[in-house]
Design a protein around this ligand. Structure first.
Ligand SMILES: *[C@@H]1O[C@H](CO)[C@@H](O)[C@H](O)[C@H]1NC(C)=O
Ligand SMILES: *[C@@H]1O[C@H](CO)[C@@H](O)[C@H](O)[C@H]1NC(C)=O
Ligand SMILES: *[C@@H]1O[C@H](CO)[C@@H](O)[C@H](O)[C@H]1NC(C)=O
Ligand SMILES: *[C@@H]1O[C@H](CO)[C@@H](O)[C@H](O)[C@H]1NC(C)=O
Ligand SMILES: *[C@@H]1O[C@H](CO)[C@@H](O)[C@H](O)[C@H]1NC(C)=O
Ligand SMILES: *[C@@H]1O[C@H](CO)[C@@H](O)[C@H](O)[C@H]1NC(C)=O
Ligand SMILES: *[C@@H]1O[C@H](CO)[C@@H](O)[C@H](O)[C@H]1NC(C)=O
Ligand SMILES: *[C@@H]1O[C@H](CO)[C@@H](O)[C@H](O)[C@H]1NC(C)=O
Length: 276
């Protein structure tokens, strides 16, 4: 500060004061206005009830950095839809408190005969079946007639076919039946809520009950508890807060010198310090 420059600037002190006033109002404005990533990652609803927040994000309505890559959902005619291994599932409920969600096959809502033709595979997804999930088995194109008891018959649209297709809960019901007479089979996951009377339902209604998956993702609870919203910055997990971006929570932890806005903020701060 003893350089000749600081001496030559002294006559222009009033200019510094002017600059200081501008900086003061810029900083004051920044603290009042909401940080743009915080705004962008505001939780949204899809349909009347379901709140979509981290790790989920609505593709086309929210920035992808507001959630984790595999958790993008589409809000399709007010129905939240998750696409897992090339199949669409309706999200019936999300339980953020225990990181799980209830899904149902989208076809059960669109189609009067929603027979699944593929097994749901969860490899390379962040989702997992939970222990209370069971299966509804589907067998297609069987040459032997299935027993009436304990099975749901499926009409595949071809009434004149001499093949049978059906669904059943337990293979034990079919001890005397030759499953080898069927051309293909599919296991549809199901998580029956207590009180459901399955025998009074047809398989479309049963598929609408859906199943539960849990998920593995970085926890947002500490960031949310501090008033923040989670997201990613250059693939790094961060906590967006009203003022700026933090590493973990809005209360503590180093702020990240990430955004351009923040870099300008630091420059302003150093000028203010220089003036004091
Ligand atoms: C909203 O929640 C209520 C009560 O939890 C439920 O009865 C209703 O079916 C839900 N509506 C939708 C569209 O999911
Ligand atoms: C699911 O997503 C894949 C690509 O990510 C797409 O090809 C497929 O059509 C989607 N499935 C449905 C039923 O929309
Ligand atoms: C999470 O909680 C909900 C509501 O209490 C429950 O229906 C669901 O089965 C739970 N998920 C797991 C994985 O236990
Ligand atoms: C059942 O057989 C019909 C005609 O033989 C065929 O078109 C259909 O794909 C088969 N379905 C399954 C699920 O194997
Ligand atoms: C299977 O066949 C055996 C012998 O005919 C019979 O005793 C048994 O009750 C049958 N089981 C079922 C589930 O129909
Ligand atoms: C579904 O999984 C079962 C059991 O692993 C298997 O026998 C069946 O062939 C699979 N179905 C299809 C359509 O891949
Ligand atoms: C299942 O039951 C519902 C309601 O009773 C009915 O609208 C639907 O057509 C039935 N579906 C099949 C495949 O029987
Ligand atoms: C999901 O459920 C499976 C089966 O119970 C369990 O092994 C796994 O730890 C759970 N994952 C999470 C993130 O809760």
């Amino acid at each position: 500060m003893d350089s000749p420059n600081s001496f030559t600037f002294k006559p222009f002190l009033h200019q510094y004061i002017f600059v200081f006033i501008i900086i003061f109002f810029t900083l004051a404005h920044q603290t009042v206005s909401d940080y743009s990533e915080f705004e962008a990652c505001e939780p949204k609803t899809c349909g009347s009830n379901l709140t979509i927040r981290f790790p989920f994000w609505i593709s086309g309505e929210q920035e992808s950095y507001c959630g984790s890559p595999n958790f993008g959902i589409t809000c399709n005619d007010q129905k939240p839809v998750l696409n897992i291994s090339y199949e669409d599932y309706i999200i019936k409920d999300i339980f953020y408190e225990n990181s799980s969600l209830r899904l149902a096959n989208f076809a059960a809502y669109e189609n009067s005969s929603p027979t699944p033709f593929y097994n749901l595979t969860l490899t390379r997804t962040p989702f997992n079946f939970v222990p209370s999930d069971t299966d509804l088995f589907f067998w297609y194109n069987c040459s032997d007639k299935p027993p009436e008891d304990g099975t749901y018959s499926i009409s595949c649209g071809n009434e004149y076919s001499h093949y049978y297709s059906f669904a059943a809960f337990q293979k034990e019901m079919l001890v005397n039946y030759s499953l080898e007479s069927c051309q293909s089979s599919v296991y549809a996951p199901l998580n029956v809520e207590t009180g459901a009377n399955l025998w009074q339902m047809n398989y479309t209604e049963i598929l609408k009950i859906g199943f539960v998956l849990n998920w593995t993702a970085l926890s947002c609870s500490n960031c949310e508890a501090s008033g923040g919203r989670c997201g990613f910055d250059n693939s790094e997990f961060v906590c967006f807060c009203k003022d700026k971006t933090y590493q973990k929570t809005c209360d503590y932890g180093s702020t990240l010198n990430l955004g351009r806005k923040l870099a300008i903020g630091n420059t302003d701060l150093s000028i203010v310090l220089l003036l004091q």
